[in-house]
Ligand binder design. Structure first.
Ligand code: PEP
Ligand code: MN
Length: 470
């Protein structure tokens, strides 16, 4: 099919991996036509702004932070959860800015990250075989509520809208300003040497912040923030993203808009299709088949996209995929999110870098050190080891520099959530708080993949920041 044949619905002629089977198609169509009539969540101008900023990442002039929950839930759509997540992303990026002396492009896994791919269509719960939980926008976590219900797509639209509205409200109400108090408490850090190292960073950072506040140039116009002191969603730039898994939903929010004047003919047509459900969407590791429905859908949208790249990807396959989704080799369009696992990255990353370099495709490489490193603890809880996460990240940085390439960012699953007593979740083991396997059960709240907690996330930020400073 040539690019001229693309339509928001052309994916329907291709096989869709991870397909959801609805019992009542009339009901599904009624919901989809309602979603088609609802307003866009994000605007083409915001999407174009992100594309431009991703071009800077590609040129090593900015660093990308992609982070949030593995999956959001409708019940977690509260002020506390949203502000904790945005607060952590802002703190994390502040530490990176300080260390890397580079602007940070922030993309949250937020305001629409509901659907989950599963390795098996069914699962056994209490001796009973039931359909797998596919995310709040498809079915319920309760084993008695596993039949896919189209009304959940509508609910996903409204929960995404509410979340985004709250993010916009926070970011236009001084939440991100330097006057917002930040917790740099390092009381959780057990190792004295690490504590001293982190203290050096927070002292340097606090000094820099005080200085910046005094002379007041925080939001002055730099090449990166051209257009003045306002970001995409408020005081700072912040963008939303989710895995583009539920193609019916994505199609219903795909809208045609005029392209910015700078891109007008003779180079290209005057309109483009924007997915207005999020600024950035990614193709998961289980749905990236070259002749599949997801790749077909993604190749036609104007948004910047991510592609998960795992150990099962062949170098030649990766290049063919890039040829399909970025035929014109446009800058800022594709981010490759590598997720091999700490024990496998040595065998795969260098060959992928070389294959892409030979093809001449411009890409941003970011490291997802989470998804290749999931294991089951002795108590049966899914977990990840902090040391293994750092090991994949440091190998990734090294392999890029050995191959004349550069790591452009990180993709993390983390949460800033605290319970009523102010304690963080306990889902990943290790980190400066040295969380043990026995402690996992204390506050394990994820119903999907295990996330780094507040302290462990800042550990990662300090380590990356330190790396850049050296
Ligand atoms: C995810 O990002 O939550 C995910 C499922 O990743 P992957 O497709 O890389 O397994
Ligand atoms: Mn995940």
């Amino acid at each position: 099919m040539s690019s001229n044949d693309w339509k928001p619905s052309s994916w329907r002629n291709k096989p869709a991996a991870q397909d959801v089977v609805y019992p009542n198609h009339q009901h599904l169509n009624k919901v989809l036509s309602k979603i088609r009539s609802l307003p866009p969540l994000v605007t083409p101008a915001e999407i174009e702004r992100l594309r431009n900023q991703l071009s800077l990442v590609e040129r090593n002039e900015a660093f990308l932070l992609h982070a949030g929950d593995c999956a959001e839930s409708f019940d977690a759509c509260t002020h506390e959860n949203i502000s904790a997540k945005i607060g952590l992303i802002l703190s994390f990026s502040l530490i990176l800015i300080w260390g890397a002396r580079l602007p940070i492009v922030r993309i949250g896994r937020i305001a629409g990250q509901y659907a989950k791919p599963r390795s098996s269509a069914t699962e056994k719960i209490a001796g009973r075989e039931v359909l797998s939980f596919r995310g709040d926008n498809v079915n319920g976590l309760d084993p008695d509520d596993r039949t896919p219900d189209p009304e959940r797509l509508l609910s996903a639209y409204f929960h995404s809208t509410t979340t985004l509205n709250h993010i916009r409200a926070l970011l236009t109400s001084n939440f991100a300003s330097l006057h917002h108090p930040r917790s740099w408490s390092l009381s959780h850090v057990r190792s004295p040497a690490l504590k001293a190292e982190f203290e050096r960073i927070t002292e340097g950072l606090s000094d820099a912040l005080g200085f910046t506040r005094t002379i007041g140039f925080w939001q002055e116009s730099t090449p990166y923030e051209r257009g003045g002191g306002r970001g995409a969603l408020g005081e700072v730039d912040f963008y939303t993203s989710h895995e583009g898994l539920m193609l019916e939903y994505e199609e219903a929010l795909t809208r045609k808009f005029p392209l910015p004047e700078s891109l007008l003919p003779p180079r290209r047509a005057s309109d483009a299709h924007y997915n207005t459900s999020a600024h950035f969407l990614w193709i998961g590791d289980r749905t990236r088949q070259l002749d599949g429905a997801h790749v077909e859908y993604f190749r036609g949208i104007r948004n910047p996209i991510g592609i998960k790249v795992g150990p099962s990807m062949q170098g030649e396959e990766l290049v063919r995929l890039l040829d399909i989704v970025n035929a014109d080799k446009e800058s800022g369009r594709v981010t490759l999110i590598t997720r091999y696992g700490a024990g496998k990255i040595e065998n795969f990353l260098a060959a992928h870098i070389v294959a892409v370099q030979k093809s001449g495709h411009p890409v941003i490489w970011i490291c997802d050190p989470m998804h290749g490193n999931t294991l089951t603890s002795s108590s049966g809880l899914k977990t990840r080891n902090f040391g293994t996460i750092i090991s994949e990240l440091t190998s990734c940085i090294r392999i890029h520099s050995e191959n004349n390439s550069r790591l452009g960012g990180v993709s993390l699953e983390f949460t800033g959530e605290l319970n009523d007593e102010g304690f963080s979740v306990t889902e990943c083991v290790g980190g400066s708080m040295e969380l043990s396997e026995e402690e996992l059960g204390l506050r394990y709240q994820s119903f999907c993949d295990p996330r780094l907690n507040f302290e462990q996330s800042l550990d990662v930020a300090f380590l990356i920041s330190n790396y850049f400073k050296k």
